[in-house]
Design a protein around this ligand. Structure first.
Ligand SMILES: *[C@@H]1O[C@H](CO)[C@@H](O)[C@H](O)[C@H]1NC(C)=O
Ligand SMILES: *[C@@H]1O[C@H](CO)[C@@H](O)[C@H](O)[C@H]1NC(C)=O
Ligand SMILES: *[C@@H]1O[C@H](CO)[C@@H](O)[C@H](O)[C@H]1NC(C)=O
Length: 478
């Protein structure tokens, strides 16, 4: 405050002097006062990033598809692609019978022939070479003002605003290969822990993409024995001396429903356990959602995704972010997964246990068993006994007004077990929160939020999500 009192008049005097001199010098040197900022010039990368933040227009998405298939993928692509604000290209194997742009899809690029490249993986598909070469074909187009090239399949659902936030953490003028492993241990062992899974999507910074485009064809000659396109890319990136930068928001989703007596455990959402335990990092992609069960009950797969996007469109940074509230009087633990679902567990469930994924899924391999050794994420059992399972609520509606987000969740599990007495009558839960600011600081050092039970039990419950206090703990007995 003391400093401010001294500075203000001085600044005012300077402004007056400046205004007077401007009056005389207006025609000759109109800029002298505009550049009289006392701040030192920007020098650090962080400052440069703050001065010129990465925006959606700096991302160029390249999507691998087929002329015979892209129309089928239209509902998935339309979830995240908007013609006027997303820059994307649809790479096809042959000229399409209808221009994808007429359907509101990204413009088509027909891939060049790859017949000169060898492919020797037994029972594999040589289209892997075409898909790998999309990296080169996208870069060689010389599109202007691209900071990041993003690659995915036509069944990859991207969350573009979150990609902007996450990629904004990195200096796009340096060499970065950003993606994620598979959640399946077996997949990583078969392919590589250093590979970004293509279906989950990955991003390459502009200068690395340029370098990769120059050398990719030579790499493709050296790796005819590999199975897929993504392993070809990661091999070539490795030859350039670059490793994978892992971002846990990319999801390959190579999971199948865990069946008890041939019935999916929840009769829905075999990826429920994964979606309700997202890492503390923005959701960047989901893949294979046409294969798994619909993620919401009583909807088809696409309707369910459109429902999720109602929340995504209101606050993308918050989607699937998990907050845990404890209610000691009722002896319950409440896990809120914003924009998706809420689970109420009986008793005091310690936070690390709640954060592990419930295995409502099993590995892709048919007949495979489901135990924690199959995954590279923390998992825990999903109880066979219905009365040991949480009471589940799913997103019903979401709205934004006067700086506050409101989302409402409707009860799905009807079972009346003696141990869920405290929550027996709850039909709805409303959750209030502030809209999240997508800033680099928060992206670099995220902290889980806390929540309060504003209106406890009865027919409807109200929760409020807020920043945790300085040394506040997320625990029942803290
Ligand atoms: C997109 O841009 C086109 C051409 O500039 C314009 O005609 C159209 O109305 C825009 N659509 C939206 C949804 O903004
Ligand atoms: C489960 O499915 C398998 C294969 O379809 C079938 O052989 C078996 O009888 C089914 N079991 C039950 C309990 O329905
Ligand atoms: C809370 O619930 C747990 C799990 O059911 C139970 O073991 C425990 O005794 C309960 N504690 C109280 C104080 O009711």
């Amino acid at each position: 405050m003391r400093k401010l009192r001294v500075k203000l008049p001085l600044k005012t005097i300077l402004l007056i002097i400046c205004a007077i001199s401007t009056f005389y010098l207006l025609l000759q040197q109109p800029s002298i006062c505009l550049s009289s900022s006392p701040d030192p010039p920007f020098t650090t990368t962080a400052a440069a990033a703050a001065a010129s933040p990465t925006t959606l227009s700096h991302l160029l998405f390249s999507i691998a598809s087929y002329s015979a298939a892209f129309r089928r993928r239209k509902p998935i692509l339309k979830l995240w692609y908007t013609p006027n604000s997303t820059r994307a290209l649809l790479f096809l194997d042959s000229p399409p019978s209808i221009d994808p742009e007429l359907l509101g899809l990204p413009p088509a690029v027909v891939s060049a022939s790859t017949s000169r490249f060898p492919y020797t993986f037994p029972r594999g598909q040589r289209s892997a070479i075409r898909v790998a070469r999309i990296v080169k074909e996208a870069v060689d187009r010389d599109e202007q003002n691209v900071r990041w090239f993003v690659f995915g399949d036509d069944d990859t659902v991207f969350f573009p605003q979150n990609l902007v936030t996450v990629l904004g953490k990195y200096d796009h003028e340096k060499w970065y290969y950003v993606g994620s492993n598979s959640e399946s241990l077996e997949q990583n062992l078969k392919m590589s822990f250093e590979m970004a899974y293509g279906g989950g999507g990955f991003a390459i910074s502009f200068p690395l993409a340029k370098a990769l485009a120059r050398v990719l064809d030579s790499c493709l000659m050296r790796y005819p024995h590999l199975y897929g396109s993504d392993l070809r890319i990661s091999s070539c990136v490795a030859e350039l001396g670059v490793g994978l930068t892992r971002e846990p928001g990319f999801h390959q989703v190579i999971l199948l429903p865990l069946l008890y007596s041939n019935v999916s455990v929840l009769h829905l959402g075999d990826v429920f356990g994964m979606l309700t335990s997202h890492p503390l990092s923005p959701l960047l992609s989901l893949h294979h959602l046409e294969v798994v069960e619909p993620i919401f009950p009583n909807m088809d797969r696409i309707e369910a995704l459109e429902h999720l996007f109602k929340a995504v469109n209101v606050d993308p940074g918050r989607i699937l972010q998990q907050t845990v509230c404890y209610d000691r009087p009722s002896n319950v633990t409440i896990s809120v997964v914003w924009g998706y679902g809420i689970q109420i567990f009986e008793g005091n469930q310690l936070l690390p246990n709640i954060l592990a994924s419930q295995r409502t899924f099993k590995p892709w391999r048919r007949g495979g068993v489901s135990d924690s050794s199959q995954f590279v994420i923390d998992t825990r059992d999903y109880p066979r006994d219905r009365c040991k399972r949480p009471v589940v609520f799913f997103l019903e509606d979401v709205a934004f007004g006067t700086g506050r987000l409101w989302s409402k969740y409707r009860r799905y599990t009807a079972h009346r077990c003696p141990n869920t007495f405290a929550v027996r009558d709850i039909k709805h839960i409303s959750v209030y929160a502030k809209k999240q600011h997508q800033d680099i600081g928060k992206a670099m050092a995220p902290r889980r939020q806390c929540c309060d039970i504003i209106h406890p039990f009865g027919k409807s419950m109200v929760l409020d999500i807020r920043d945790c206090g300085f040394d506040e703990l997320i625990a029942m007995e803290a």
